[in-house]
Design a protein around this ligand. Structure first.
Ligand SMILES: [Mg+2]
Length: 386
């Protein structure tokens, strides 16, 4: 990667609340119903009109256990200490030297690294993906769409019809809360409706009890899903060891892969199934791409995904996917947002793309955000009168 030079002349942390259009909120067994996103933005000023953007969704305590206020406070403290005057690469190196590589610092590092890569790439006139040997120019790629949990099976089919009508032919359905029999019925209903024209997958989000995992996977196998995601709790390594020896359908792990070291633990287990990689879990583009390459070398199937997030974070996940060329991509996060201050993401025909060729390829309207933190102003020059 080309080293970046030049100071970061200013930075701001901003926040915004984003809402999905009616009927587009999401609901999984793990998250419960979610109708809005709380988002933290880092805006780096590189001078000469060049900026770097990072986006971190903060209301995801169900993922990592830290609430929005704690993540915001940790980000404000960490970003305020970094030596931005030495340039973006030095600031990121200082973060890695001074902050623990775990816990609340993983999502904060992701925010910092995203903004650093965007600034570095924009200064170089390249895409962020190109920094990691991915394609240059405005990036696009395939994505699935997700069918949220709903009590109403008929509503599930209506939501699926809408996605397919827009050209999305890879659907992942959220299952688990109602048990294996209902899960089987729902997946079979989708298969009956769409036949082989649509790739189906299921995400259990760890809802099944360990005793139900084997019969649950066998039940879903009837609908020939591309994979079943997280059929057991994240840290159920007894069940994971059994699944590593074989399963009736391909198994994808998401919540289990909550840290870069999980890839190595799975590799040691002999895992040859899927691993679902997300920037916020792994701490940044560089770490996600490295984890993906390690997993692939160990024989794993690689998926790049994201949380439900806005345009800037989605563009970063797309850049990671473009560089890694994963087996599966889940980049629907910004689709359906009604008030995203980030712009430049386009969905359609089974794909997502960005409109800009440099950096992440997206922009942010700061007037639609609220201030959180900025550098302390320099003390005024003291004038001695005497
Ligand atoms: Mg998942």
């Amino acid at each position: 990667m080309t080293a970046s030079v030049g100071a970061v002349t200013g930075w701001r942390l901003l926040t915004a609340t984003q809402h999905y259009a009616p009927g587009r909120g999401f609901h999984t067994w793990l998250s419960g119903p979610v109708d809005h996103l709380e988002t933290l933005y880092l805006v780096l000023d590189g001078g000469e009109g060049v900026t770097g953007l990072g986006e971190l969704r903060t209301n995801i305590a169900y993922l990592h256990g830290h609430d929005a206020a704690a993540v915001t406070a940790a980000a404000s403290a960490a970003v305020g200490r970094l030596p931005w005057q030495d340039g973006p690469a030095a600031a990121l190196a200082a973060f890695d030297r001074d902050c623990p590589a775990a816990g609340i610092h993983l999502p904060v590092r992701m925010l910092v690294e995203m903004a650093v890569r965007d600034l570095q790439a924009r200064r170089a006139g390249r895409s962020v993906a190109a920094l990691f040997d991915g394609p240059a120019g405005a990036v696009s790629g395939e994505t699935n769409q997700s069918l949220a949990w709903t009590e109403d099976r008929a509503a599930l089919l209506v939501a699926a019809e809408r996605f397919v009508a827009r050209g999305f032919c890879r659907l992942k359905v959220r299952l688990g809360p109602a048990g294996v029999a209902e899960d089987r019925a729902r997946l079979l209903a989708l298969r009956d409706r769409f036949g082989e024209a649509v790739e189906l997958a299921a995400d259990i989000n760890g809802a099944w009890a360990p005793a139900d995992v084997d019969r649950g996977l066998a039940a879903l196998a009837e609908a020939a899903p591309a994979y079943v995601e997280q059929p057991c709790p994240a840290d159920d390594w007894v069940t994971l060891a059994r699944l590593a020896d074989g399963a009736p359908v391909p198994v994808m792990l998401d919540e289990t892969v909550s840290h870069p070291a999980a890839i190595d633990r799975l590799s040691a287990l002999g895992w040859r199934g899927g691993v679902h990689l997300k920037l916020v879990k792994l701490g940044g583009l560089d770490r996600l791409i490295a984890a993906g390459r390690r997993g692939r070398a160990a024989g794993m199937t690689v998926m790049v995904g994201q949380m439900n997030e806005g345009a800037v974070a989605t563009a970063a996940a797309l850049a990671a996917a473009a560089a890694l060329a994963p087996d599966h991509a889940e980049l629907y996060g910004a689709d359906g947002l009604a008030d995203d201050p980030g712009t430049g993401i386009v969905y359609g025909a089974g794909r997502v793309g960005v409109t800009g060729a440099a950096g992440l390829g997206v922009t942010l309207d700061p007037t639609r955000c609220r201030p959180v933190a900025a550098p302390e102003p320099k003390p005024a020059e003291v004038v001695h009168v005497g």
